[in-house]
Design a binder for this molecule. Structure first.
Ligand code: BGC
Length: 744
């Protein structure tokens, strides 16, 4: 570092422009390119902006996270990561800004299409696979947006007020998993504040948790424009401010170091992390030799991968009477503008310029005889009545109808949230009329965030949730509709009956720039399952063209295995989900069940396979806010395995021993003295004597710190020599003897 001047160092920690870092040619530091992400390479050509407004070079548009998350298939996500890495390298991009692993706290979040799930395990496993794929090609990832960025309303200023346990159990674990497992080259801090402190200036988040606890050794990048005070951000652990240039930031750093108000070592640490990042990217770029254009890496191959991924992202929600798959010899009515003009990604910074786009109408027409009617228009200008009449006429003439409805582009986007879950009124009206005209109607949904299926759900026999599927979604829909590919997607988020049922309903999007995460850890299915509130479709749910049975669950606390059999007549894929239910009598509030492992398997008709799940301590732990660490409460844990959060086919119990008692002090509670193997029996006897056998006295004082109890005249007399008790309890020899006696 010595060869760099203070001015050069202060310049390096700020971007050179929208999409590159500052190079110092004399010191052998080249600039590197950074672009969005996550589901395609958005390298801008002309004017610079970060909201997807300017034109970008063509790149494969893979299914956005909301789609691909439904695949529950990390191996597939990793392959997409590899493809993204290759495209990024071909465009000389050193870091791709993704994946987004924020939790879908509310279905209203305008950016849910860019996030995976309401569940931290699923988000973390898929996010890690994405990073593994990209980085295996010598291109860095940027896991975002760290942290608690779960809404777009006032995203630059709002403070997410989240309690410690909820942060640790819900909002941080996906980041933690990606960091610990894959060491992403960068982490992007979010715009918002977390418990009052801007993420960009949050030392606890960016240094204590991310680096000191999780061992992150990469660089922290700001979200675009997230930095207010460059000095505070640097001290918190934010290495690279984007976008640049920001002459004010550079000048402020130089004068703060000169004035002695900023330690130069803080600046040096950030510079070292950025130069290490640049070196990695530069190595990746040089390894590339010979593969420098999109044409050399196979646009067609990547399109085929995008189609495979899209087909695996589709979730079959309903299929009464086995209407799907359709026979391609039938006369098929295709209704809905989305079939002709697909909406395949969300709006904002992630908007990719696709290499090509397949419409479902073209893909279906290539296989079957179809008749098309638009049914509605996107501009809303046309009179809907004739469009609906035309659609109804087509429906009457057809043997089956594929009806495409969903959310128009303007309904969900980066930058703002939705206020309701409804489809446009013109779409629900169309569903009613078409379903009445043809009972063999399949609704195909296009949407990034969850939409309400009410009140029309029961009026149609089949529903495909087709999310936003990327550029090859049209072909993928045809694959699933005609059964070339059996649907195997599973919901990565619950579909509620009503917005009012959602756990964050009373606390979204907050007021006066503060949003209180009042539902705590009870996010998504953790809420619905715990309070027994029915949903339209639960987390993890999805049908196929076959059925599966579960048998012979074997569990130990580290492993579980179960036999799954394809009981139908077609090949298919099942996502076996393992949920753990923690004991409810430990004094810690726990969700009814939590996803702790999952496996996706393919089975031929009649075939069985044994599926193995591996569990670690975290599967049983809660975050203890007194010790600020993970803790396993002793007791009975139920391990349930099945096809959704609400459909547990097999379950079994494992007993876990209570953790070794911690050291007692006079500030420990009476209950802790009672639970302690040394002091418990002594105290119980003393209390029994003192109260003439009034059994509930101890319950009444159990929550009191011992020091307080001792202050009560009379009562305190019964607990003489408490100091001696404490000393005894903490003596290792006495503890050992007590533990032995308990075991006998
Ligand atoms: C978004 C990021 C994005 C960045 C650069 C921001 O507005 O929040 O996700 O990577 O812009 O375009």
């Amino acid at each position: 570092m010595t060869e760099l001047t203070l001015e050069q160092k202060a310049a390096i920690v700020v971007g050179a422009d929208f999409w590159s870092t500052v190079g110092v040619p004399g010191a052998g530091i080249p600039p590197i390119g950074i672009t969005d992400g996550p589901h395609g390479v958005r390298k801008q050509r002309g004017g610079n902006d970060h909201l997807g407004l300017g034109d970008s070079v063509p790149a494969t548009c893979f299914p956005p996270a909301a789609g691909i998350a439904s695949s529950w298939n990390p191996a597939l996500v990793e392959r997409i990561g590899v493809a993204l890495g290759d495209e990024a390298r071909a465009e000389e991009v050193g870091v791709l800004l993704g994946p987004g692993v924020n939790i879908k706290r509310s279905p209203l979040c305008g950016r849910n299409f860019e996030y995976f799930s309401e569940d931290p395990l699923l988000s973390g496993v898929l996010g890690a696979a994405w990073v593994r794929g990209i980085q295996s090609r010598g291109v860095g990832a940027s896991v975002k947006h760290f942290a608690a960025n779960n809404q777009e309303t006032n995203r630059m200023t709002v403070s997410a007020e989240v309690d410690e346990r909820t942060l640790r159990e819900i909002y941080l674990p996906a980041f933690e998993r990606v960091v610990r497992a894959e060491q992403p080259w960068t982490v992007m801090c979010s715009y918002n504040r977390v418990n009052g402190v801007a993420a960009a200036e949050n030392h606890w988040l960016l240094t204590e948790v991310l680096r000191d606890e999780w061992g992150f050794d990469g660089a922290v990048v700001s979200d675009w424009g997230a930095v207010d005070n460059r000095i505070r951000a640097l001290e918190a652990g934010l290495d690279l401010e984007m976008p640049g240039p920001q002459p004010g930031s550079t000048a402020a750093i130089v004068s703060a170091v000169r004035a002695g108000t900023l330690a130069e070592s803080v600046l040096d640490a950030a510079v070292a992390r950025i130069t290490a990042l640049v070196a990695k990217a530069d190595r990746g770029r040089r390894d590339l030799a010979g593969e420098t254009s999109m044409s050399s890496i196979g646009v067609a191959e990547h399109h085929a991968l995008a189609r495979e991924a899209a087909a695996e992202s589709i979730v079959l929600l309903r299929n009464e009477g086995g209407l799907l798959p359709l026979d391609s010899a039938q006369a098929i009515g295709v209704i809905g503008e989305f079939a002709r003009t697909p909406r395949f990604q969300g709006a904002g910074s992630s908007q990719v310029h696709p290499t090509r786009v397949d419409s479902a109408l073209d893909a279906l027409s290539a296989i079957a005889t179809v008749e098309f009617a638009a049914g509605y228009s996107f501009d809303g200008a046309a009179d809907p009545a004739p469009l609906i009449a035309e659609a109804v006429a087509v429906a009457r003439r057809s043997e089956a109808v594929l009806l495409f409805v969903g959310l128009p582009a303007g309904d969900e986007s980066e930058g703002y949230d939705r206020t309701h879950l409804e489809l446009p009124a013109s779409h629900t009206k169309l569903i009613a009329e078409v379903a009445a005209a043809n009972p063999r109607t399949v609704v195909i949904l296009t949407n990034g965030g969850v939409v309400s299926l009410e009140p029309w759900h029961d009026s149609v026999p089949a529903i495909l949730e087709a999310w936003l599927l990327g550029q090859a979604g049209g072909g993928a829909i045809a694959d699933v509709v005609f059964g070339t590919v059996a649907p195997s997607g599973r919901l990565a988020e619950s579909i509620p009956f009503r917005l009012q049922d959602t756990p964050s309903y009373l606390n979204f999007p907050g007021e006066n720039d503060v949003v209180r995460y009042g539902e705590g850890i009870f996010v998504g299915y953790r809420h619905y399952e715990t309070i027994g509130l029915p949903v339209r479709y639960p987390f993890g749910f999805g049908l196929g063209y076959t059925t599966f049975s579960y048998a012979d669950l074997q569990v130990s606390h580290r492993r579980a295995s179960v036999t799954i059999t394809n009981t139908g007549t077609r090949a298919g894929r099942e996502v076996a989900q393992l949920y753990v239910s923690a004991p409810t009598d430990s004094g810690i509030a726990v969700p009814r069940r939590e996803l702790r492992a999952f496996e996706k398997i393919s089975l031929e008709p009649g075939e069985s396979a044994r599926v193995l799940f591996v569990l670690d301590d975290r599967a049983y732990s809660h975050w203890n806010v007194r010790t600020h660490s993970w803790l396993i409460a002793g007791g009975e844990y139920t391990i349930g395995v099945g096809g959704s959060a609400h459909d547990i086919a097999q379950s079994a119990v494992v007993h876990l021993r209570a953790p070794k008692p911690g050291r007692l002090t006079l500030d420990s509670r009476v209950s802790e003295f009672l639970a302690h193997p040394v002091t418990g029996p002594i105290l119980a006897r003393a209390a029994g004597d003192a109260t003439d056998g009034e059994a509930n006295l101890l319950d009444m004082v159990a929550s009191m710190p011992m020091r307080r109890l001792m202050r009560f005249p009379g009562v305190g007399n019964s607990f003489k020599r408490i100091g001696l008790l404490v000393a005894l309890a903490n003596n290792p020899v006495v503890r050992g003897i007590a533990a032995l006696r308990r075991r006998r």
